[in-house]
Design a protein around this ligand. Structure first.
Ligand code: BG6
Ligand code: MG
Length: 214
């Protein structure tokens, strides 16, 4: 199977690198402090979801009603813990497979961008040595609505100056595949709950499989 595209937009967390465990640890610390049950299964529901929406999912298990101010303070606390954990990341956290595939796609003439809900996108890209690599970055600081809303991918296409129909998206979250489809783009699923979610255009066998379809 081959796709005729000009640009490829990559989700960050769970596609380019694996920050899930740090998100989990940081949310878990907050949930434990609040006495709220939280496990890996609930954490899976947070993929592709914005920070505040993630907090709302965690608070579903709480009997207490919190004010907006308290919720903002909780999200800030989680983010501070998360950013401390992200300092453990180095260029060694980027796999050879991802690095070599990205370089080869660039060599084949594709425009490459990031489309992530995370407000920590640029910090993470710097940590793994991709700070200057992508042609454009659309992230949580550019958008109001997070995935499954198409806003972040439409923003990436606009920054690239490409038509949505000429863009493909690589996603590990079902919400991300839905966002790609709602943007009029091709949705490529890689692992996670994106895989075989029923709305993807293609399931990637692994990251390097991109070189078989482009
Ligand atoms: C997404 C993650 O990339 O970014 C979500 O999959 C996360 O789990 C979201 O909640 C927002 O991240 P951040 O870094 O802005 O808190
Ligand atoms: Mg993801």
């Amino acid at each position: 199977m081959k796709f005729e595209k000009r640009a490829i937009i990559f989700d960050l967390d769970g596609v380019i690198c694996f920050t899930d465990r740090y998100h989990y640890q940081a949310w878990k610390m907050l949930a434990d402090k609040l006495g709220i049950y939280f496990d890996e299964k609930i954490n899976n529901r947070l993929r592709g979801v914005s920070r505040m929406a993630s907090l709302e999912i965690i608070l579903e298990r709480s009997d207490k009603a919190y004010s907006e101010e308290e919720k903002l303070a909780m999200a800030t606390e989680k983010n501070e813990t998360y950013r401390e954990l992200l300092k453990n990341m180095t260029p060694a956290d980027l796999t050879d497979e991802v690095r070599d595939t990205l370089k080869e796609l660039r060599a084949r003439g594709y425009r490459l961008a990031i489309g992530s809900s995370s407000k920590n996108t640029k910090f993470i890209l710097e940590r793994i040595g991709l700070g200057d690599f992508f042609d454009e970055i659309a992230d949580g600081t550019d958008i109001i609505h997070s995935k499954p809303d198409p806003e972040v991918f439409l923003c990436a296409a606009k920054k690239l100056g490409e038509n949505p129909a000429d863009c493909a998206v690589v996603e590990d979250a079902k919400a991300g595949i839905q966002a790609a489809k709602a943007a009029g783009m091709t949705g490529l699923a890689l692992h996670g709950d994106a895989e075989n979610c029923g709305e993807e255009d293609y399931n990637l066998k692994n990251f390097a499989d991109l070189l078989n379809i482009f």
